[in-house]
Ligand binder design. Structure first.
Ligand code: ATP
Length: 361
């Protein structure tokens, strides 16, 4: 049996803007049926990479294919089963959510009449479908954007920061919805986000880029597998200090976590020995466990950033902010002839206001 091609494959893709190497020999593959996260600090090259998929930015070199079809050889075929949203979705604000979906559906030739009802139900906007988009919250607009990308039943959804501007509840709701689409309908999703905890909770695989390079990739479980040499120990009563290091060759470091908990780095993975050693030294251990890294800690360790240097946008705080350049991205989406993309429905935004942001073809 022939193996199915990856839903998305980037091979040695680079993009240079003058002296800036935004994307540098990037290769990655998103397997069909996966929910894959795309992470990186600010300026890492995530948006540039995503913009190259619908040909809004032309790569300096490399190859991009969707379900095995090269986007530069047969764009129409390649993009035919892909839904894309880049940046904050724009709509005809004076029309209802439903009307916006209907207009977008008219631009496609494969939307069944019942699809709009189903999508409105699934994105939780059925009750508000007749309200003007103008009165929608940011989260509702984000959900409507995802709904629009789902028209025509794409096999791959590419979403740039789909939870931007949403509160934690809305974020959870949207990601659960996307997770369900992957698990139940076999959809493939490639999603860029700054929200580590959400990526950790909902994604199967993750790709981390820094300075345009891929610095880590793989299943979230594998990447976050406990680092067995670091052991987190909780005590009753007195707690060992750093002086404990000098007394035992096998102990490389002791870091205090809370008043009763420390992290001990061992030369070898041997927590049984550590337990015995602590008890012999008169400490009362109440819990001992290998340390489970969070995605945020993993991200910091591989990008070489320290917590203090980390852009606030990597945390939830920035997910509340919207980003500039959205309308230009969408305007270009139509120019690029996107089938399932976020189409520029809001025509009253002057592209001139966004010059200098990203050069589109
Ligand atoms: P963020 O999370 O902040 O959105 P990002 O990972 O999406 O960042 P990009 O927007 O792709 O990063 O930017 C990658 C690099 O390319 C940055 O150094 C950025 O300044 C540069 N860059 C992006 N677009 C342009 C452009 N049109 N002209 C010149 N440089 C650009």
């Amino acid at each position: 049996m022939m193996e199915s091609p990856p839903a998305l494959a980037l091979e040695d893709v680079s993009k240079r803007f003058g002296r800036i190497q935004a994307v540098d020999h990037l290769s990655l593959q998103v397997e069909p049926g996966h929910l894959a996260g795309f992470l990186g600090p600010n300026g890492a090259g995530k948006s540039t990479t995503l913009y190259m998929i619908p040909r809004l930015v032309r790569p300096t070199n490399g190859r991009i294919s969707l379900f095995g079809v090269d986007i530069w050889k047969d764009y129409k075929k390649a993009i035919s089963s892909v839904g894309i949203t880049v940046e904050t979705p724009a709509f005809y604000e004076y029309l209802s959510g439903r009307k916006n979906l209907e207009l977008a559906a008219r631009l496609l030739d494969n939307v069944f009449p019942h699809e709009i009802d189903e999508i409105l139900e699934r994105i939780g906007l059925a009750e508000r479908q007749h309200d003007r988009v103008r009165v929608y919250s940011t989260g509702m607009k984000q959900r409507l954007g995802i709904g629009r990308a789902l028209l025509g039943r794409p096999r791959l959804l590419i979403l740039d920061e789909p939870t931007n501007g949403m509160d934690p509840e809305g974020t959870h709701e949207v990601l659960s919805f996307l997770r369900e689409k992957v698990s139940n309908d076999g959809l493939t999703i490639f999603i860029s986000s700054h929200l580590m905890s959400e990526i950790e909770e909902f994604c199967d695989t993750v790709f981390v880029i820094n300075r345009g390079h891929l610095v880590a990739s793989g299943s979230v479980k594998e990447l976050l597998k406990p680092h067995e040499r670091i052991v987190r120990v909780t005590f009753q009563g007195k707690v060992p200090g750093r002086d404990f290091i000098s007394r035992h060759e096998q102990i490389r470091n002791v870091e205090s976590v809370t008043a009763d908990t420390v992290e001990i780095t061992l030369a070898q993975d041997d927590s049984a020995w550590l337990n015995q050693c602590l008890q012999q030294a008169g400490f009362r251990v109440s819990a001992i466990a290998p340390k489970q890294k969070t995605l945020k800690e993993f991200f910091l360790s591989i990008t070489g950033l320290r917590h203090a240097e980390m852009s606030p946008s990597i945390d939830r705080a920035s997910s509340m902010q919207t980003r500039s350049g959205a309308s230009q991205g969408q305007a270009s989406a139509t120019q690029a002839g996107l089938r399932h993309a976020e189409v520029p429905l809001k025509m009253d935004q002057a592209p001139a206001a966004h010059t200098g942001d990203k050069p589109y073809e």
